[in-house]
Design a protein around this ligand. Structure first.
Ligand code: AMP
Ligand code: ZN
Ligand code: FE
Ligand code: FE
Length: 283
């Protein structure tokens, strides 16, 4: 089984990178991609802890925006096997991480203004040096007894609508070019996840394919069967590869490692396009 999308404590997952690769092997995976939000900081620990039988794909999930409509639509771009030292891409990732801190603190201020006992230092401490995200604020809401689950924290009364603030994301065309320049392979994450909010039109995916987008994530828990079929058909039309992945976040989500998987042929096509770093092969 090949699972190409998972988060560790380097962003908003709850397993350390070493624990994540161990869990991947225990789940029966042959390949696991570590794709933390806007960071490569989990790569070394994951590679050093790689258990027998599991190959590691080093990746990241980039916070992007499409400005073709107002306000811009936020979207996620998975980037695989890129050179983490490519200066422009590294700088873009550092800027988004900084923007996440500005946005997170603002959301906490909005909550505090309504008298909710959440503090920014507490949220930052929970992120423990990893990329801070709304799931860390969700966890503070749970600790304060204001909600019971992460899913509830994301409903409209809380982070879903009432306490919202945009962050400054990377322009998606720039992101695709930077990932390719760094030898990486860009794949559009959950492109049809309507339950998370607005999605982009197919015409944007056509344009992105023309500037270097390599694939589309079709099989994902946030896609309905009809949305998965639509994404597959679009990928076939544009000659893009298709992936399926769990988007595992540990205890922040209910989905299990390997819940959705990528076909070996698609994985081989992906690796063949990469020139930044290689997969780390199990010993
Ligand atoms: P951020 O990147 O800080 O905007 O937070 C987005 C992250 O929050 C996503 O990557 C998911 O991990 C998580 N998330 C978004 N919506 C939900 C939801 N409805 N329930 C649980 N987690 C969610
Ligand atoms: Zn996440
Ligand atoms: Fe995502
Ligand atoms: Fe993700």
């Amino acid at each position: 089984m090949i699972d190409l999308h998972a988060h560790s404590t380097a962003s908003d997952g709850t397993l350390r990178p070493a624990e994540l690769v161990a869990a991947g092997a225990a789940a029966g995976l042959r390949v696991l991609a570590v794709t933390d939000h806007d960071t490569t900081s989990g790569w070394t620990e994951a590679a050093d802890a790689l258990p027998p039988g599991l190959d590691l794909v080093r990746g990241a999930e980039l916070s992007c925006r499409w400005s073709g409509t107002s306000p811009p639509v936020p979207l996620h771009l998975l980037a695989y096997l890129f050179d983490p030292a490519e200066p422009e891409l590294a700088a873009a990732l550092a800027r988004v991480r900084a923007a996440r801190e500005v946005r997170g603190e603002r959301i906490v201020e909005l909550l505090r203004a309504d008298g909710h006992p959440i503090s920014w230092p507490e949220v930052l401490a929970d992120a423990a040096g990893g990329t801070v995200g709304r799931p860390h604020i969700a966890r503070a809401l749970i600790r304060a007894g204001l909600v019971e689950t992460t899913a509830e924290a994301f409903d409209a009364r809380w982070l879903g609508s009432r306490y919202r603030s945009p962050k400054v994301d990377i322009d998606v065309f720039t992101a695709v070019r930077l990932v390719r320049r760094a030898g990486g392979v860009p794949v559009f994450a959950h492109p049809r996840a309507t339950r998370r909010g607005r999605v982009v039109p197919d015409s944007l995916i056509v344009e992105l394919a023309a500037v270097g987008l390599a694939g589309l994530e079709a099989d994902h828990e946030d896609h309905s069967p009809a949305e998965r079929a639509h994404v597959r058909a679009l990928a076939a039309e544009l000659g893009l590869l298709v992936t399926g992945s769990s988007d595992f976040h540990g205890a922040h989500k209910t989905v299990a490692l390997g819940a959705f998987t990528t076909a070996p042929e698609a994985y081989d096509r992906l690796v063949a396009q990469a020139s930044g770093v290689t997969p780390v092969l199990s010993g």
